[in-house]
Design a binder for this molecule. Structure first.
Ligand SMILES: [Fe+2]
Ligand SMILES: [Fe+2]
Length: 248
C-alpha cells in the first residue's frame, strides 16, 4: 500500500501488491475525501478477497460510496457483483458496457446501483471534491474513462501509461522506463487518433501524478516527458500491415 497524496481530509492510496500467480499486475486505487471513499478498478475475485480486507484499514466499509469502473475488462470488473453485494456503494461504468457487465453475474438487485456514464463524461461529487470522469475512449477500450482528482492533481489513466512488468512502483528514470510501456501501448491502444485527442484534453489539466492501473506511477517531474512520449507514438491499426492471411 502506498499513500500517493494526503492533505487535510483528502487521501489517495494505491495498492500495488495484491496480484498473484499468472494474473497481470494491477494497481487498485482509493480516493478518500472527508468520510467518503471511492475505489477505482477493483479487479477480479482473488484481488477482491484481499483488497476488501485491506480496505478496512483505510476506510470503514459503510463509507465506500463509489466504485469507478474505467472499462469492461476482467482485471477491473470481474468481482463487481461481490463489491456491490458487500457494500452500499454506487458504481459508475461507461454506458456501452452494461449488457456485457451483466455476464459477470450482476444481480438484478444491485444493477440499479450502477450509474452509466455517457461518452462525454461527467463530474462526480465525493465529499467536498468534484472529481472529473473524462472521456478516454479507444485507450484502449471502445468505452473508456479516466478520472481526474483536482485536489491531489492525480490523473488516473487506467491502461494508458501501463507498465505491468516494471519492477518498481514509481518511475525514477523515464527513458529507462519506456521499454516497460512501449510494446503494451503499440498493441493494446487501437488508434493514434484517440491518443492525440486525449493529449489535447490532458494538456489542459494540471497534473502532479499519472496513476495507471498497471505498473509504476509517473510523478510530476516526468509528466511532460510522458505526454510527449505518447505524442511520438504510432499505435494499433496505424501500425498494421496490409493483409491477414489464412493459416495452414
Ligand atoms: Fe483493459
Ligand atoms: Fe488493465
Amino acid at each position: 500500500m502506498i499513500t500517493l497524496f494526503e492533505k487535510d481530509k483528502h487521501k489517495n492510496i494505491m495498492f500495488n501488491d495484491l496480484s498473484t500467480g499468472k494474473m497481470i499486475q494491477a494497481n487498485q486505487h482509493f480516493i478518500i475525501n472527508e468520510n467518503e471513499g471511492m475505489v477505482l478498478d477493483p479487479g477480479g475475485h482473488k484481488v477482491h478477497t484481499q483488497l476488501f480486507a485491506e480496505m478496512t484499514s483505510i476506510l470503514p466499509i459503510s463509507q465506500l460510496k463509489y466504485i469507478f469502473l474505467s472499462h469492461q475488462d476482467p482485471d477491473i470488473i470481474a468481482a463487481v457483483n461481490a463489491w456491490m453485494m458487500m457494500t452500499d456503494a454506487q458504481a459508475f461504468l461507461p454506458s456501452i458496457w452494461i449488457r456485457f457487465a451483466a455476464h459477470f453475474g450482476i444481480d438484478e438487485l444491485v444493477e440499479k446501483r450502477i450509474t452509466l456514464i455517457a461518452d462525454e463524461g461527467r463530474t462526480i461529487q465525493l465529499g467536498n471534491v468534484t472529481l472529473k470522469a473524462l472521456p478516454a475512449h479507444y485507450l484502449h477500450s471502445s468505452g473508456n474513462l479516466h478520472l481526474y482528482d483536482p485536489v491531489s492533481k492525480i490523473l488516473y489513466t487506467g491502461d494508458l501509461g501501463a507498465s505491468p512488468a516494471a519492477p518498481y512502483p514509481v518511475v525514477e528514470n523515464f527513458d529507462a522506463h519506456i521499454k516497460y510501456m512501449e510494446g503494451f501501448h503499440i498493441r493494446y491502444m487501437p488508434t493514434t487518433k484517440a491518443l492525440k485527442m486525449w493529449l489535447n484534453m490532458a494538456r489542459t489539466l494540471e497534473i502532479d501524478i499519472i496513476a495507471p492501473q498497471h505498473g509504476a506511477i509517473i510523478n510530476k517531474a516526468h509528466v511532460v516527458q510522458f505526454l510527449d512520449w505518447l505524442d511520438s507514438l504510432e499505435v494499433g491499426v496505424d501500425k498494421l500491415g496490409d493483409a491477414y492471411t489464412v493459416p495452414g
